[in-house]
Design a binder for this molecule. Structure first.
Ligand SMILES: [Zn+2]
Length: 71
């Protein structure tokens, strides 16, 4: 049973790392991938998203591990 769990875990890690290699970025959850933040107080006012630096995307942890992506 332990061998089965280990094998499944190893397969999951390989699949996760491969997906991170293939798609190193995911949309930023803070600005919904737009890179801009819209003010709820002042209509039309917006600024760059501080979490993703205005790119609208975040580097995945696995991509950092693999050295994929550049921000
Ligand atoms: Zn963002």
């Amino acid at each position: 049973m332990l061998a089965l769990i280990t094998a499944v875990a190893a397969l999951w890690v390989v699949a996760y790392l491969f997906s991170c290699w293939w798609l190193p970025y995911r949309p930023c959850g803070h600005c919904k991938g737009t890179g801009e933040l819209h003010s709820t107080t002042f209509q039309g006012a917006f600024g760059g998203c501080w979490r993703c630096g205005g790119t609208g995307r975040k580097r995945r942890a696995g991509a950092v591990l693999l050295g994929r992506g550049d921000d």
